[in-house]
Design a binder for this molecule. Sequence first.
Ligand SMILES: [Zn+2]
Length: 198
Amino acid sequence: MYEPRHELTEDKWEAILNNDTSRDGTFFYAVATTGIFCRPSCKSRPPLKEHVRIFDHAFEAMEAAFRPCKRCKPDGLRLPDEEWMIQIIQWIDHHFAESITLQRLADQTHSSPYHLQRTFKRIKGITPAEYIQEKRMDYAMHELLTTHDPILDIAVRSGIPNAAHFATTFQKRTGLSPSAYRKKHIMDKGEDDEIETK
Ligand SMILES: [Zn+2]
C-alpha cells in the first residue's frame, strides 16, 4: 500500500499514543505548537493530532526548524541532566518577570512537572519555585540599590506584582522591607539623595 512519507497514518498515531518503542527510528513526530520533535516512544503528553508533523529522519525535523525533545533525545545525543538544568535556568532567568507555574516550565522544557521538580531538586538542591523566588529577589535587591524607581515598579518587574506579597517575600529574604533595605544601603554608602520609596 502506498503511504505518503510524511502522512500521519492511523498506525503512526497509535504508536505515538502508546509510546511504542518498537517504532523508534522508523519515524519521528514534531509538534507544530511547541517546535519540538520526538521519538514515537516519548512519554511526554500526547499532542493534538492536528499539530503533529511526521518525519523519516531526525535531521529532516531539524532542517524544518524543530528542536529535539530533551526527554526522548530523538537526535541521538544524550543530553545530560546538568546541561538540561542549565537550559531551564537560562529560561527562568529570562522569564522570571512573568507568571511561571511548574506546568508551564515543564511544557517549556518538554518534561513532566514531576520529573522536572525531582531532577531540579536533585541537581540544584532547591525546587524550581525556590530558584525562581531567589532570582526575583536578587533582581529586586539590585534594582532597589541601582535605580530610583518606585518600589511597585520594581515589584512588577521582579515578577511579583502584588505589593504586599512582594514586601513579605522580600522581608523573608533580607530581613528588611524593600524601602528599609534601600534606605539602609543609601545610608551605609553615605549618600543623601532624596529617594522615592513609595
Ligand atoms: Zn520527546
